[in-house]
Design a binder for this molecule. Structure first.
Ligand SMILES: Nc1nc2c(ncn2[C@@H]2O[C@H](COP(=O)(O)OP(=O)(O)OP(=O)(O)O)[C@@H](O)[C@H]2O)c(=O)[nH]1
Ligand SMILES: [Zn+2]
Length: 375
């Protein structure tokens, strides 16, 4: 009997949380609450909250990621492409046949941009009406997933969209492996809802058995873990398979071998990326968004200083326990709804640690993050 009580509470909390989330979404897209003058109609379709509105005589839809979906594209003329970078009003789009087109944005989309930033962002999948061999017009932007953004002064700034995965690169030695830092990157991926892949590089410098306990904890949580060596080539085939055809962002502290891994994956890639960032620093690119670099085997890499160190972007201590996969099922069973899982009685998280259901090191890592400790 005694065990049943928390379960009921857990169920209640779950429903409550779902409702709270729904309310939150509704509020964000409540047309009456919108600060612009549009009379948008809120519609729900395919499980997404969207808003229809009429702009410049045409009906457009805005989905819950903020992307705009225009009706009807003439598919006999228009072709799909991927925005590699945005330079002011021009977007460089890689078409499906590999051509690069410098594209303007359809007037209608531009009109919307005055009220919504980032009508087109690096990584967008777009429909382009080609104009000659080297230019075109973006007619439509497909709905976005995998959005890497930061908020500053209450506004969301898109860095790159449609990122499929993030490589969290650590090194087994030189510099030594820092599990708590990996946790911070993982947490940001959880928050951004982007698939993380833990890459432990420089495996040639240690006995591979020594990293197994840590790798085991992460794989048990359902994360992909690769043991790699940019030097010996170990694990690179697996990495190549995972990156082919995907948009992959790179993260990890300095010196762990990110550039070396990129070069091992695709010779000259690190240099191409360096050239790009040097150019953007010179101000040739008028925006600060990232750039997609095409891979030889298909797919793209996104590598910007901002993303390389993106741990704990915009995260508040109160929400941390929701991003630790193994803590999540216990959180709702704590006695106090606002339990910090530190000093409280009847804390289901602490009990789970004591019973070895949660790895003590991960729990410590959670506590450090919650306390805002540097390490
Ligand atoms: N033994 C060994 N050394 C490696 C390996 N990968 C990279 N290194 C070395 O580690 C050092 C740092 O590698 P980089 O590729 O520059 O590291 P990074 O992560 O790109 O570093 P930042 O550009 O500072 O962020 C270089 O001296 C590489 O030669 C590896 O798998 N094994
Ligand atoms: Zn607790």
């Amino acid at each position: 009997m005694a065990k049943k009580k928390p379960k009921v509470r857990a169920e209640f909390r779950k429903n409550h949380d779902t409702r709270a989330r729904q309310n939150d979404l509704t509020q964000r897209f409540d047309p009456d609450a919108a600060d612009d003058s549009d009379r948008g109609e809120r519609v729900t379709g395919k499980g997404r909250l969207t808003r229809r509105r009429t702009v410049a005589g045409a009906e457009v839809t805005q989905d819950d990621s903020g992307s705009l979906v225009l009706p009807e594209v003439d598919r006999t003329v228009c072709r799909m492409g991927r925005v590699l970078r945005v330079q002011g009003l021009v977007s460089i789009v890689q078409m499906e046949d590999g051509r690069l087109l410098a594209c303007a944005t359809r007037q209608l989309l531009k009109q919307l941009s005055t009220e919504l930033r980032h009508v087109v962002a690096a990584g967008d999948r777009v429909w382009v009406r080609p104009e000659g061999q080297r230019e075109g017009v973006i007619e439509r932007v497909e709905p976005r997933t995998g959005v890497l953004s930061r908020s500053s002064r209450g506004r969301q700034h898109l860095i790159v969209v449609n990122v499929d995965q993030v490589l969290i690169v650590a090194s087994a030695a030189e510099p030594r492996i820092k599990p708590n830092l990996i946790d911070r990157y993982l947490l940001t991926c959880e928050k951004m809802r982007i698939r993380p892949i833990v890459c432990i590089n420089k495996i040639d410098l240690v006995d591979p058995v020594s990293v197994m306990p840590l790798a085991g904890v992460y794989s048990q949580l359902g994360y992909d873990v690769l043991c790699l060596s940019a030097r010996s080539g170990q694990g690179l085939d697996a990495l190549r398979r995972l990156t082919a055809g995907k948009a992959t962002a790179l993260s990890g502290q300095s010196g762990v071998g990110k550039s070396s891994l990129l070069n091992a994956l695709d010779p000259g890639l690190a240099l191409r990326i360096q050239t790009v960032s040097a150019e953007s620093q010179k101000g040739r690119h008028t925006t600060t968004t990232a750039e997609l670099i095409p891979l030889a085997d298909g797919g793209w890499v996104v590598d910007t200083p901002g993303i390389r160190q993106f741990q704990l972007w915009d995260t508040i201590p109160k929400e941390l326990d929701g991003y630790f996969r193994e803590l999540r099922p216990y959180v709702s069973q704590c006695r106090y709804p606002d339990c910090t899982h530190t000093h409280e009685d009847e804390c289901a998280v602490k009990n789970a640690v004591a019973d070895n259901h949660i790895d003590p090191r991960r729990y410590e890592s959670f506590l450090q993050m919650q306390a805002g400790d540097d390490f």
